[in-house]
Design a protein around this ligand. Structure first.
Ligand code: ADP
Ligand code: MG
Length: 163
């Protein structure tokens, strides 16, 4: 049941200086960072990450807003590993709409706007973090963002009390 999942700290998170605060949330839960980099991506990689599926699910307009948003500044990409990491990470991140995200989650502690506000401004909702939605997405996304030699297998202090 040990899984790996992709997490991105979106441009708003990096620009606001929240990278340490966000990374801490995963580490303190006992989850392990097995890959990490700071990158500014082009439209090509953005389109491979936010695929046509996004258009089908959320519409072409939201996809275009997302492509603009994710390419506007540097982001942190990381792979987080742990037992049921996909579900655990999504829970730490909180629900998509910042307004609805519960305090205690990353989105609920550091963002607050609604879909309707973002839609009126015609921008993607600035909710700080992306996290893979399910096993299929996690497999595709970790492979898209990292090569095998960028992913590390190591023992962390305390693992014997957690795993
Ligand atoms: P999540 O990031 O929680 O997996 P989705 O995959 O549904 O959510 O959407 C991807 C991203 O698109 C969201 O994180 C958010 O930034 C943006 N988004 C989704 N729906 C809207 C919307 N109606 N208006 C503006 N931005 C949106
Ligand atoms: Mg998603």
């Amino acid at each position: 049941m040990i899984q790996q999942t992709l997490v991105l700290i979106k441009p708003d998170g990096v620009a606001r200086g929240l990278t340490g605060e966000i990374i801490k949330r995963f580490e303190q839960r006992g989850l392990k960072i097995v890959a990490l980099k700071l990158v500014k991506i082009d439209n090509d990689l953005a389109k491979q990450h936010y695929t046509e599926d996004i258009s089908k699910r959320l519409g072409e307009k939201v996809r275009n807003m997302l492509l603009n948003f994710i390419t506007e500044g540097p982001i942190i990409a990381m792979i987080i590993e742990g037992v049921n990491a996909i579900e655990n990470v999504r829970k730490i991140v909180g629900v998509t709409e910042s307004k609805a995200a519960l305090p205690g989650t990353i989105r609920g502690d550091f963002s607050h706007v609604s879909y309707s506000y973002a839609d009126k401004k015609e921008i993607a909702i600035k909710n700080l973090v992306h996290a893979s939605a399910d096993e299929t997405d996690a497999k595709n996304e970790t492979a898209l963002w990292f090569s095998i030699d960028e992913i590390f297998d190591y023992k962390r202090a305390g693992d014997e009390h957690i795993l």
